[in-house]
Design a protein. Structure first.
Length: 699
C-alpha cells in the first residue's frame, strides 16, 4: 500500500518529464537528420567516382559505380557541388573509354560551370575534351580545346596549369608533324614550369624536345634534351618506369645515326626491367621492335623474326597503329634482306595501310620507296605515290622556307636602314652619355649640399646646446648668489642682535649674582625678560633659515620660466607654467634637459609663427615611466593629416629621438594645437627622497 501510494503521487510528473524529453529528442533528430543525410550522400557520390576510376577493377564494375554516382549527382540541388560531381564523372568516363557517357557528362559540366562561374571546372571540361579528341586523332579539335583551357588558366594567372596546357598543345603539334611549332611551344611551356621546380612536367617537356629534334634529324640536340630530361627524372621519387622511356628514346637516336651497337645497349636496358611487358606493354612492344631492327642491321638474325612477331602481337592487341606501321616496315625490310619478296611485299602493304590510317607520312614515304624496290611490276605506281606524297610535303616545306626567306629579306632591309642611321645613333648615344654625366654631376652636387646642410644643422644644434648650458650656468650662479646673500644676512642678524643682547644679559646677571635686594630682584627679572626676547628673536631667525632651506629653487625650471617670460614679452602671448613641485628637475641628465628645453622652444616658435594664439600653457609632469611635457595653445589649429612636416617639426623629431622619447601633435581647425612629449628617464627623484637622504646622512 505504501509503495502504491508513492508511485501514484509521483507518476504524473514522471510522465510529463518523459514526454518533454522524447519531444526534444525527436526535434533534435528531425533538425539534424537532413545535414547528416546530405553529408553521407556527398561522400557516397565521391566514393563511387573514386571506385569507378580504379584501373584494377574490370570495366563493368567501374561502370556500375559511375552509374550510381551519375544517378545521385543528377538529383543534387546545389549547382556548385553538382558541377564538381560532373567534372569528376567526365574524367572518369574518359579514363574508362565510354565515349557516349563522357560526351554527355562533359557537356553537362560545361553547362553547369557557365552557370556557377566555376572557372576550374570549365577549364577541366575543355582539358578532358581535348584529351578525348586526341585519343580519336582529331588534332584540330584537340588543339582548340587545349587552347581554350590555356586561355582560362592564363586569365586566372594559373602558371603551372598554363604550362601543362602548352605542353599538351606541343604534343598535338608533334602529332601532326609540326615539329618546329612543337619545339617552340615546348620551350614556352618550360619557361612557365622551370621557376616552379615541377620536375615531372619538365621531364616530359625535355623528352618531347628530344623526340621532335630526332624527327628533325638534329641528333646531337636530341641526345642533349634526353639527358636533361633524365636529370629531371632523377629528382622524382616515384618515376613509374619513366626512365625506360628515356632509354628507349636514346636508343632510337643512336639507331637513326647508324650506331646500332650502342642502340642495342639502351634497348636491352629497357627490356631487362622486371615485368615491363605487363606494366608498360606499349613501350615494351616499341622497344622490342627497335631491338630486333638494330640486331637485323648488325646481321644478328638468330632471334628473328620471332622478336618482330612478338612486337606485332602486342601492338595489335593494344592497339598502337602508329608503332605497328613501323614494325611492319621493319619486318618488310628484314624479309627483303632475306630475299623473301612475297613476305616482304605483304608486310610492306600492311605498313602502307596502317601508316595511311595513322597519318604517318614519314613511314609512308619510306614504305613506298621499299615497295618500288620489291614490286618490279608496279614500280611506276609506287614511285608515283612516293612522288605525289613527297611533292605535297615539299610544298608545305616550301611554304615554310618562303616564310623564312621573307623574314630574312625584311631583316636585310632593317639592317640597311640601320646602317644609314648608324651615325645618328652614335650622335644620340653621345648626347645620352653627356646627359647622363650631367645628371650624375647634379645628383652628386645635390647630395653634397644635403650633406653640408646636415653638418650645418648639427653645428647649430651644438651651438644651441652650448647656449642652454651657459643659460643654466647663469641661473645656477644666481641661485648661489642668493644663497650666499641670505647666509650673510642671517650671520649679521645673529651677530648684531642676538650675540650683543646675550652679552649684555650675561654681564648683568654676573653683577647681580651676589645681590639679593629688591633692586637686584627687579634687575634679574628684567634680564629674564630680555632672555625671552632673545629667545623669540632666535626662533624667528631659525624659522626664516628653515624656510630658506626648504625653498625649492630649480635651475631647470628657472630656465623654462625665463624662456616663457621672454616669449610672452616678445610675442605678446600670455603663458602659463604648471610643473610637478615634488620632482627634483635638476637631477635630470644634461642631455635630457638640453633637448627638452629646445623642443619646448621650437614648439613656442611654431606657435608664434602659425597658431595666431592668445594663450599658451605648458605643463611638466612625471610618472613611473618618465617625463610628460604638454604644450597647448588656443590658436587656429590645422588638419594634422594634411599638414606638411617642415624644418621645425623635423628638429623636434630629431631631438626627441636623441633622448629616446616619443611625441605627437593633436589639432583641429579652430580648436588649437597640443604638442605632447614623453621622455623615459631613470634620473627623476622626488625632493622628499633627497631631504630624507640628507637627514639620514646628518643623523
Amino acid at each position: 500500500m505504501i509503495t502504491k501510494s508513492r508511485f501514484k503521487g509521483f507518476h504524473p510528473k514522471l510522465i510529463l518529464l518523459l514526454i518533454v524529453l522524447v519531444l526534444l529528442q525527436c526535434c533534435k533528430k528531425t533538425s539534424s537528420s537532413k545535414p547528416i543525410v546530405l553529408e553521407q550522400k556527398n561522400d557516397s557520390i565521391f566514393s563511387w567516382i573514386k571506385e569507378g576510376r580504379k584501373r584494377n577493377l574490370n570495366k563493368r564494375s567501374r561502370s556500375v559505380f559511375l552509374k550510381k554516382a551519375y544517378d545521385q549527382a543528377k538529383t543534387s540541388d546545389d549547382d556548385s557541388l553538382k558541377t564538381k560531381y560532373f567534372s569528376r564523372l567526365s574524367l572518369a568516363y574518359l579514363r574508362l573509354g565510354d565515349s557516349l557517357s563522357f560526351r554527355m557528362t562533359n557537356n553537362e559540366t560545361r553547362r553547369l560551370a557557365k552557370i556557377t562561374d566555376d572557372f576550374n571546372s570549365k577549364a577541366e571540361s575543355h582539358w578532358d575534351l581535348a584529351e578525348y579528341f586526341r585519343s580519336k586523332s582529331i588534332a584540330d579539335s584537340s588543339y582548340y580545346h587545349f587552347n581554350e583551357a590555356n586561355k582560362i588558366y592564363t586569365e586566372k594567372d594559373c602558371t603551372y596549369l598554363k604550362g601543362r596546357m602548352l605542353y599538351n598543345m606541343a604534343l598535338v603539334q608533334a602529332d601532326i608533324k609540326d615539329y618546329a611549332g612543337s619545339e617552340i611551344t615546348t620551350f614556352i611551356a618550360i619557361q612557365h614550369l622551370k621557376p616552379l621546380d615541377k620536375n615531372k612536367e619538365l621531364y616530359r617537356c625535355y623528352n618531347n624536345l628530344g623526340s621532335v629534334t630526332t624527327e628533325l634529324e638534329e641528333f646531337d640536340d636530341a641526345l642533349l634534351f634526353y639527358l636533361t630530361a633524365e636529370n629531371y627524372l632523377s629528382k622524382i621519387k616515384d618515376n613509374n618506369n619513366l626512365k625506360q622511356v628515356i632509354e628507349n628514346n636514346i636508343g632510337i637516336v643512336y639507331q637513326e645515326t647508324g650506331d646500332n651497337l650502342k642502340a642495342i645497349s639502351y634497348f636491352e636496358k629497357v627490356l631487362s626491367h622486371d615485368s615491363i611487358n605487363l606494366s608498360k606493354p606499349k613501350l615494351y612492344a616499341k622497344t622490342l621492335n627497335n631491338y630486333a631492327y638494330s640486331k637485323f642491321k648488325l646481321n644478328d638474325t638468330l632471334e628473328l623474326p620471332k622478336l618482330f612477331e612478338d612486337a606485332i602481337s602486342i601492338q595489335k592487341e593494344i592497339p598502337d597503329y602508329s608503332a605497328l606501321s613501323r614494325t611492319y616496315y621493319n619486318v618488310a625490310d628484314y624479309y627483303s634482306y632475306r630475299n623473301d619478296t612475297l613476305k616482304a611485299l605483304a608486310f610492306a602493304e600492311k605498313a602502307v595501310k596502317i601508316a595511311s590510317q595513322s597519318s604517318n607520312n614519314k613511314r609512308l614515304l619510306l614504305t613506298y620507296k621499299l615497295l618500288a624496290s620489291l614490286d618490279s611490276k608496279n614500280v611506276r605506281k609506287h614511285y608515283q605515290n612516293y612522288i605525289k606524297l613527297d611533292d605535297s610535303l615539299s610544298k608545305e616545306e616550301r611554304k615554310i622556307r618562303n616564310k623564312f626567306e621573307r623574314i630574312r629579306f625584311e631583316t636585310n632591309e632593317f639592317i640597311a636602314k640601320n646602317q644609314s642611321l648608324a651615325k645618328q645613333r652614335q650622335l644620340l648615344t653621345s648626347i645620352v652619355i653627356i646627359l647622363f654625366l650631367l645628371g650624375l654631376a647634379a645628383i652628386i652636387i645635390f647630395l653634397q649640399r644635403v650633406k653640408n646642410q646636415k653638418l650645418r644643422f648639427q653645428q647649430q644644434q651644438q651651438e644651441s646646446n652650448q647656449e642652454i648650458f651657459d643659460l643654466m650656468l647663469t641661473q645656477k650662479k644666481k641661485v648661489e648668489e642668493g644663497k650666499q646673500s641670505e647666509q650673510k644676512r642671517i650671520s649679521e642678524e645673529l651677530h648684531d642682535s642676538v650675540v650683543g643682547q646675550m652679552h649684555s644679559v650675561r654681564m648683568l646677571l654676573l653683577g647681580l649674582n651676589k645681590k639679593a635686594d629688591e633692586t637686584a630682584i627687579t634687575l634679574r627679572q628684567d634680564a629674564i625678560e630680555k632672555l625671552k626676547e632673545v629667545q623669540e628673536e632666535v626662533r624667528t631667525i631659525s624659522h626664516e633659515l628653515n624656510d630658506a632651506a626648504y625653498q625649492k629653487i630649480y635651475n631647470f625650471i628657472s630656465s623654462i620660466e625665463d624662456l616663457l617670460k621672454g616669449f610672452e614679452n616678445t610675442e605678446g602671448i600670455l603663458t602659463n607654467l604648471e610643473y610637478d613641485d615634488d620632482t627634483d628637475w635638476d637631477q635630470l641628465s644634461g642631455e635630457v634637459k638640453i633637448n627638452l628645453y629646445r623642443v619646448i622652444q621650437e614648439s613656442l616658435q611654431n606657435c608664434a609663427k602659425h597658431a595666431n594664439a592668445k594663450n599658451v600653457s605648458l605643463s611638466l609632469n612625471t610618472n613611473s615611466e618618465g617625463i610628460i611635457a604638454t604644450l597647448a595653445d588656443d590658436g587656429v589649429g590645422f588638419d594634422v593629416r594634411k599638414g606638411k612636416k617642415g624644418i621645425g617639426l623635423k628638429n623636434i623629431q630629431s631631438r626627441v629621438e636623441k633622448i629616446n622619447g616619443t611625441w605627437g601633435v593633436t589639432s583641429q581647425s579652430g580648436k588649437g594645437t597640443t604638442v605632447q612629449i614623453q621622455v623615459p628617464s631613470i634620473d627623476i627623484r622626488k625632493v622628499e627622497d633627497i631631504n630624507l637622504e640628507s637627514e639620514q646622512q646628518e643623523a
